[in-house]
Design a protein around this ligand. Sequence first.
Ligand SMILES: [Zn+2]
Ligand SMILES: [Zn+2]
Length: 273
Amino acid sequence: MQLVTRKQLGWPASAAPTQASARGVKVHYTGSAVSTALLKDHQRCIDLWRDIRVAHLANVAEGYSDVAYNYAACVHGYVLEGRGVGRRTGANGSQPLNKAHYAVLGLIGSSGLTEPTDELLGAIRDAIEHLQEHGAGKEIKGHKDGYATSCPGGPLYAWVQQGAPWPGGTKPTTSTPSRPVVDLSKLIAARRADPPKSGTPVSYSGVKTVEAALVAEGLLSKSLADGHFGTATVTAYAAWQRRCGWSGDDADGTPGIASLTKLGKRRGFDVKE
Ligand SMILES: [Zn+2]
Ligand SMILES: [Zn+2]
């Protein structure tokens, strides 16, 4: 779950009443116009979520203590924290309805941006499962179930009625991206072959990984990180070797196991000899 916390939003702890469990979760939409500009700009999602909280806090008739929803979900797949877990929602229409279900808002509306993206559906599903791990029962319903409203709109309600499935059918596995592996012998071969053959095709893709690390170290200009172990890369690598404490022939720009391993440790790649 890609969560944006209240802390990250700069909000204080929720003042909403605590509630440890509920029968399930209800899905909502904003019920108003939402700009399609959100699709290209996640900051607008954050701004909209802030605006919704401000509007709720200003709503004297409802007397809200906080944004009414437990979570919101945006078209980019982020879950935005509202009241969070263990708090009663104020969004379902009446006190008995609020006690029965927690509430998740899909950040789409009744005009403009009306179609949920797969990322949005996945984020709502993330928020629902998170609430289920913290006291919510299995029920997944729409705001309109038991209350006279169009919320959560046609597309979201159709999805809710199917059981709010993961887009694609199964929960995406959260795999930690594997670290790149640089083969030292291939790298040395590239260092030997590339400089005299400037303009020739890149001989080993691992050169790019090393160049990116040298750029990150401030030793190579980004424009020269072209995957080609040419003169600029040799010079930059020699500077890295000197930084590691070598000098003379030991800092000739040809990678060795010690200097390369050290660079990989700092910049996120592994080395194979
Ligand atoms: Zn609603
Ligand atoms: Zn977004």
